[in-house]
Design a protein around this ligand. Structure first.
Ligand SMILES: [Fe+2]
Ligand SMILES: [Fe+2]
Length: 333
């Protein structure tokens, strides 16, 4: 997802929690009750969620950039309209998620500051460049496809506002995935050059898409706590396998080759087995040294600066409205 944060260490408790409250909290989770903003929750649960939801929100808004790169060069009016709608959806996803994070007692400004300062993470996938129109097809098909795998279980996550935001997000992601696959299908049924462009894009996006699910289970030592709290419902490797199993037949239907010489169908288990993922590359990109990390943050900072007058105007207008309402109230008394 954009939710690689789900794979990182769960926050260690800084406070000693009341064991009775903790037990009651866990009992509610076990009974599949939703935890709501005003309910008691362990500090570590709150902090883990803030980090995960905000990183998810950052991923949605940074994810608008690689696709925005192709808005002025979309090959037809229909494609431009669909891409515009998709990018707008991603902005909306960011908004729902920042709002969900705010219910945990952190402000959107604070979260945004962390992103612009380079302190917060977002999904590694958005640090790769979009070189051709086929990349837009691949992003919809693979990146939104992987996001769906990751995010469907989040519709049942234990924190109410996050779970509810995910329901609408998942519906929209499904449209994103289909528009991407349809771009790929059109290219693959086109000229040999178009098909070669589709294959080249798949070659570049396949492995980064697999990395979206985060490090292997053997290295995600804290997954267990997130699963106990039902923030997370499946492990990274389980989700990655589901994605591979769903996507390989789609690539075959397109007549494309997955860039993995070790890929093979395992008759006994019914799963597609894939080769070794380059985790060193993943770590480099997450640490800020991917092909576009610097460019993405610069674009966000520039947009934030250029939008300053809009925020100031909105605040001034709200203050004026409040003053007017107050004056009317006094006059009426
Ligand atoms: Fe999204
Ligand atoms: Fe999407």
């Amino acid at each position: 997802m954009y939710t690689q944060a789900l794979n990182e260490a769960v926050e260690r408790p800084r406070v000693v929690e009341d064991p009775e409250k903790l037990a009651a909290f866990q009992a509610r989770i076990d009974a599949e009750e939703k935890i709501e903003p005003n309910d008691w929750m362990p500090e570590a649960y709150r902090r883990t969620l803030i980090r995960q939801i905000s990183q998810h929100a950052h991923s949605e808004v940074v994810g608008m950039l690689p696709e925005g790169n192709w808005l002025t060069r979309a090959p037809s009016l229909k494609r431009k309209a669909a891409l515009l709608a998709k990018i707008q959806d991603e902005g909306g996803h960011g908004l729902y998620l920042y709002a969900a994070a705010e219910t945990l007692g952190v402000s959107r400004e604070e979260l945004y500051e962390q992103l612009l300062a380079g302190k917060a993470k977002y999904s590694s996938i958005f640090n790769y460049p979009t070189l051709t129109w086929a990349d837009i097809g691949c992003i919809g098909w693979l990146v939104d496809g992987a996001a769906i795998m990751n995010q469907i279980p989040l519709c049942r996550t234990s924190y109410g506002p996050y779970a509810r935001a995910m329901i609408r997000i998942c519906k929209e992601e499904s449209f994103h995935q289909r528009q991407g696959y349809e771009i790929m299908l059109t290219l693959c049924r086109g000229t040999p050059e178009q098909k070669a462009m589709a294959q080249d894009a798949l070659n570049r996006w396949w492995w980064p898409a697999l990395m979206m699910f985060g490090p292997p289970d053997s290295e995600s030592v804290h997954t267990e706590q997130s699963m106990r709290w039902k923030i997370k419902r499946f492990t990274n490797d389980e989700l990655r396998q589901k994605f591979v199993d769903a996507t390989v037949p789609q690539a075959h239907y397109l007549g494309l080759t997955i860039p993995d010489p070790e890929l093979r169908y395992d008759e006994a288990t019914g799963h597609w087995r894939y080769g070794k993922i380059d985790w060193e590359e993943f770590k480099r990109v997450i640490a800020g040294f991917g092909p576009c990390n610097r460019e993405r943050l610069e674009a966000k900072r520039k947009a934030h600066e250029e939008g300053r007058w809009v925020r100031e105007a909105a605040l001034a207008y709200a203050a004026k409205q409040r003053a007017r309402a107050m004056a009317q109230k006094i006059a009426a008394e």
